[in-house]
Ligand binder design. Structure first.
Ligand code: C5P
Length: 232
């Protein structure tokens, strides 16, 4: 898979997501399904969106004991998603178990990427709540390295970190980056943002874009603008 724009379909129901996707006549954007939609609609929503011809990033961020994650990943693998993820904080053993669970009998599997530190975690909460006293950027790079050593395909990170992740973990280690905004658009609650063109220049492999597309007056035009800036 090459560079692509993944649309974060953060909707609360199947009805809402289909009315959004129906606007894309003839085009099949890569879709991210998160916890809200998955927990509301269950595995059926994944199968239905897949049957419509979309690639799917299932963003459920698993984090549990290795055996539980392995078994859960085997279920997700049967849903035929293209990318799924977990928390690197679950340790290398958990990540390795996840890869085993995800691998189908024929040896194929969805791409597996890791969340390092959530962007909602800052230095202070990491030190006070998690008792991790290293600088947060060092922690993020360490988790990325652990994910690479466990055999994962990449990480979710800010586009601002994508270059450094490639320097540390190699060019083929995927960087999937949310926090993307148009130069003339609303930033909303995202604090560290980049335009699609900047994310391309810095080497992001996939950008995850939600509200700049889903809340646009013309979502299809906004999607095409992202593709033109990022992929072309
Ligand atoms: O609407 P917006 O473009 O901000 O959506 C970004 C998407 O990426 C959301 O689904 C959000 O949960 C997800 N995400 C993020 N920052 C992270 C990890 C995931 O914004 N660090």
């Amino acid at each position: 898979m090459g560079k692509d724009v993944i649309v974060a379909c953060d909707f609360a129901s199947a009805e809402q997501v289909f009315s959004f996707l129906d606007k894309f006549t003839g085009k099949k954007p890569f879709v991210k399904i998160g916890m809200e939609l998955y927990y509301a609609e269950g595995p059926a929503i994944v199968k239905e969106i897949k049957a419509r011809g979309h690639k799917i990033f299932l963003d459920l961020k698993l984090h549990d004991i290795p055996n539980t994650v392995k078994k859960a990943m085997a279920v997700l693998s049967r849903l035929d998603v293209d990318i799924t993820n977990l928390h690197a904080a679950g340790t290398k053993n958990m990540m390795k178990a996840a890869l085993e669970g995800l691998t189908r009998p024929d040896g194929s599997r969805p791409l597996l990427i890791a969340v390092t530190q959530l962007t909602s975690t800052d230095q202070q909460s990491m030190e006070e709540d998690l008792l991790i006293r290293e600088p947060i950027d060092k922690v993020v790079m360490h988790y990325a390295k652990c994910a690479e050593e466990a055999g994962l395909d990449g990480i979710v990170c800010s586009p601002l970190e994508a270059g450094k992740v490639h320097d540390t973990c190699g060019k083929s280690f995927l960087t999937v980056t949310p926090g993307v905004r148009f130069a003339d658009g609303d930033v909303g609650d995202q604090k560290r943002v980049m335009t699609p063109a900047q994310a391309k220049a810095i080497g992001s492999d996939y950008i995850v874009v939600g509200r700049p597309i889903t809340a646009a007056a013309d979502p299809v035009a906004a999607y095409e603008r992202c593709v033109a800036e990022f992929c072309d």
